[in-house]
Design a protein around this ligand. Structure first.
Ligand code: 1GP
Length: 255
């Protein structure tokens, strides 16, 4: 699917396992909402969060970023504009290849073969709605080449990331994303800590077609500006949205 990134520089990542702030008005000015998290996420709490956000901000696109197929249901799929799915370069095999091939194996099965299989949400989707439902899923999928750089984060633990990439390796992963894997998004993930501009500067020269996202520890105008000036197409702000609404407002660039 096509995304007009010229209109997106500030992304808010909303964790469905955490309560939403009382005043959702702080989201005024963010360009994209991504619903996803590492711990405690279910298809039900993801759907509830997606629906709350869409009620409050019908004009801001909402994506879901599932970590596994159990976070996805027919309802979440129908509700969102896109499903962005991370493939982690520096994690274990499951998180780059295994779970994705499992998902597509399930999606690719004929309806009569899906009943009673181990991924009921996807199986049900296909069984109940036929092959159109397969394209409903695949049409919304966006692959994200992910580098997880904060080893103490929940994301690193989940994907069994034991080693952060050097800036040279980040550059290599960016080039591989652009020229070999073909994911539309390259995501530098420092979830929970600020990584600074170095990795973004390393990746930027290798990305022409691919969108560069940086997330991690952005809680001020200065950090937001530093990352955007280093070459990221958009910044992703997560914790600060849930934890500190006043500081969150500062991360949204002036238009
Ligand atoms: C997490 O990249 C996002 O997936 C944002 O990180 O929570 O540290 O803002 P923070």
């Amino acid at each position: 699917m096509h995304v007009d990134w010229s209109r997106i520089s500030h992304v808010t990542k909303v964790d469905p396992a955490k309560p939403l702030p009382d005043d959702l008005g702080i989201l005024e000015g963010t360009d994209l909402l991504i619903v996803g998290g590492s711990d405690g996420v279910t298809a039900d709490n993801a759907l509830e969060t997606i629906r709350s956000l869409e009620r409050s901000f019908p004009d801001i696109p909402v994506w879901q970023e599932p970590y596994n197929a159990a976070h996805v249901s027919t309802d979440t799929l129908e509700a969102v504009d896109a499903m962005s799915v991370p493939a982690v370069y520096n994690g274990d095999r499951t998180h780059f290849v295994g779970k994705h091939v499992d998902l597509f194996t399930e999606v690719g099965r004929k309806p009569e073969e899906t009943l009673g299989t181990s991924v009921p949400l996807v199986g049900d989707l296909i069984a109940s709605k036929g092959r159109d439902a397969v394209s409903a899923l695949t049409d919304k999928l966006l692959g994200e080449g992910y580098v997880v750089q904060h080893l103490e984060s929940a994301a690193a633990k989940r994907a069994s990331v034991e080693t952060a990439y050097t800036p040279e390796q980040v550059a290599g992963a960016a080039l591989a994303t652009e020229s070999f894997y073909g994911f539309p998004i390259f995501y530098i993930e420092y979830s929970g800590t600020y990584g600074g501009p170095e990795d973004v500067e390393a990746a930027t020269p290798y990305l022409e077609e691919t969108t560069l996202l940086y997330g991690g520890g952005i809680d001020s105008r200065e950090k937001a500006t530093e990352i955007l000036e280093a070459g990221a197409d958009a910044i992703v702000v997560g914790d600060c949205f849930h934890d500190d609404p006043d500081r969150f407002r500062e991360t949204i660039p002036d238009r």
